[in-house]
Every structure is written in C-alpha cells, then in structure tokens.
Unconditional design. Sequence first.
Lengths: 112, 116
Amino acid sequence: DQQVKQNSPSLSVQEGRISILNCDYTNSMFDYFLWYKKYPAEGPTFLISISSIKDKNEDGRFTVFLNKSAKHLSLHIVPSQPGDSAVYFCAASGESNYQLIWGAGTKLIIKP
Amino acid sequence: DAMVIQNPRYQVTQFGKPVTLSCSQTLNHNVMYWYQQKSSQAPKLLFHYYDKDFNNEADTPDNFQSRRPNTSFCFLDIRSPGLGDAAMYLCATSRGQMGFSNQPQHFGDGTRLSIL
C-alpha cells in the first residue's frame, strides 16, 4: 500500500512559468515532509522540507504548501529554469521513525 | 564543503563474488543510511545506524551486511551478489536526536553496481 503518492509521472513546463508538483499521503501520523531533486547518475539532493505544524515554507524560488486536512502537499517552483529539469521525489516521515517513505517521483521537464 | 562521499562511483563484480561499497561523511552526522535504488524508482532503505546502533529493515536480504567502524565511515557488504542486486546504492546521513527524526537526509552520489 503506497503511503506517499505522486500521481504525475512527468510534467512539462515552459521556462519562466510556475512548476507545481503534487504529492498525496495517507498516513495521518506523518509529521515531516521533504522534497528531493535527482539528476541522472547523482544522488537525491535535499530541496526543502515542512513540518506538520506549518502550512507553508519558502526557500528562494521553492515553496512547499501543506494541506493536512486533504493530506496533500505541493512544491511550487517559480520561475522555472532549465536546470530545474530533474526527477522530484516527495518523502515523509513520522512517529520518530528515521525511515523516509518515498513517492514514486515526478519527472519535470522545463522547455526553453 | 561538508559532504557525503561514496566510493567507487561504479563497481563491477562477478556473480557470487563478495563486494564492499564505502561511504564517508564530513557532516559529523550520527545517523547513516544505506539505500538501494533501481532505475527511476524511489530509493529503498536497507538499514541505518543511529550512532553505533544497527537497524535492519525487515525485508533486507541477509546477503546485505553493514559495518560502521566510526562516525565518519560506513560500509555495505554484499556477500554473494546476484543479478538482481545490480542497482545504484546510495548512502545518506542525518542529524538524529532520540525521539526526534525531523531532519533532512543528505545523500552521496551513489555507487552503481553491475553484476557480470
């Protein structure tokens, strides 16, 4: 049973526009959520995180929104740049558990 | 720059021949993890160390072992690699406090293991 779901395998966005990546989760005990970016042949790079006590966290061009009632989070990238083309993974943890539960990833393609 | 370093980046071994992958970190994090990642799938946690305490995932095959001789280094030993073990192996670290796991994990660039 997938506890973290990224329903869009891929997303194509024009350079300069907003990219919105979505993630849904089922376990209400999750209290910490993270987004990672991964280029081919490299390890995942931590982008941004959010604790369940917040509903928004910003870091430069990246903003993560958390809607606990809907068990939904999203990553907004604005403006999108060619270097943002990568696979984005959503992950969650909770219950003082060091294991991250990962989504399947969304491949973001930024078109020039 | 503080980082997580994995060696080698690419490893080729023969079917059944033991292989060791290494990871070192300069972040001084007390938690270290080993993941297996196949193609574009999400990383799969194999085990992690909280300080010296070893925590094995229930579905990690016995073929996979790990050693952590000190804070900075961690090794993944595959005793008898099979064709299904060909994958990217990722090491990660995080700062852990007992009962508080809300810290990001930082990953190395991985070792891609091929089995002949």
